[in-house]
Design a binder for this molecule. Structure first.
Ligand code: MF3
Ligand code: CO
Ligand code: CO
Length: 271
């Protein structure tokens, strides 16, 4: 069924128009710039609450809106997930310790368009096992993105991520997934980070969504803490995540949340 603003597939996935890519570029670039600029504020002794306060200020100063403040009662401009926290860590008074790894996830709204991205950071010295998990998680995301082109399926994306992760003997979290986004935060489809080739909806030009794999050194199972947000690995093993917002183009993919400074990964190479 066609309407003035593009159309929606049988799977409920909205197909955006050519002009809509520009809105996503602007929103994605702001989210990515905030993640570039926050790197210098990550160090041992820093609190996640202070990092979030700075992010809140950056969003305001850009004249944008945080997508997460007020979202289902969430009250912060970022999610900050340390060590065995898989995702949706709530910023607070907790001080970062030397060797902590953390994911910072920011979603902004610019002129009605959503930019959603996250990366890994380290406070102080990066432990060897953490470095390996972070590298694998980054590479898994990029392999998933390489599978994005018209005619491929969402199962191809999940398969690319899962097969690489498991070949490196880390596990893929099943309890959280990527999502369609654009003029809304979370829309169909669920973008699974595991799957079989050729399964799931077929990718078409004009689809906008996130890919945001969470990989664990131990088992994939998670649980949500009593605060109703913080998701942790059940076995307390280390978890890492990277997220990009992307659009399917005529012949491949456009990443909307590329780092303007080229610092998506690693964030901790200060050279
Ligand atoms: N940015 C997260 C995502 O990647 C969603 C965070 S929702 C919040 O989808 F309420 F926890 F902030
Ligand atoms: Co997301
Ligand atoms: Co996010």
């Amino acid at each position: 069924m066609r309407s003035k603003n593009g159309h929606t597939t049988k799977d409920g996935i909205r197909i955006y128009e050519q002009a809509d890519y520009q809105g996503m570029r602007v929103a994605g670039a702001l989210a990515a710039k905030i993640l570039d600029d926050i790197a210098q504020h990550v160090f041992p002794g820093q609190t996640t609450g202070e990092i979030d306060r700075i992010i809140t200020q950056m969003v305001e100063e850009a004249g944008a809106t945080s997508a997460t403040i007020g979202y289902k009662g969430y009250q912060h401009a970022s999610c900050i997930s340390i060590n065995h926290v898989v995702c949706h860590g709530i910023p607070g008074d907790k001080k970062l310790k030397d060797g902590d790894i953390l994911n910072i996830d920011v979603t902004v709204i610019v002129d009605g368009w959503f930019g959603d991205t996250s990366r890994m950071y380290v406070a102080g010295k990066l432990p060897r096992k953490a470095e390996r998990l972070i590298q694998i998680t980054h590479d898994a995301l990029m392999l998933g993105i390489e599978a994005v082109k018209p005619g491929n399926t969402f199962g191809d994306i999940g398969h690319a991520i899962q097969s690489f992760a498991e070949s490196q003997r880390v596990s893929v979290v099943r309890d959280f997934c990527g999502h369609g986004l654009g003029q809304v935060f979370h829309a169909p489809p669920n973008v699974l980070h595991y799957g079989r080739p050729g399964t799931g909806p077929v990718l078409e030009e004009g689809m906008f969504f996130t890919i945001e794999p969470m990989l664990n050194l131990g088992r994939p199972e998670t649980k949500v803490l009593a605060d109703d947000w913080t998701a942790v690995t059940r076995d307390k093993s280390l978890s890492a995540q990277f997220e990009h917002s992307v659009g399917v183009t005529a012949d491949g993919v456009e990443i909307f949340t590329l780092s303007p400074a080229g610092r998506f990964h690693p964030t901790y190479d200060k050279s």
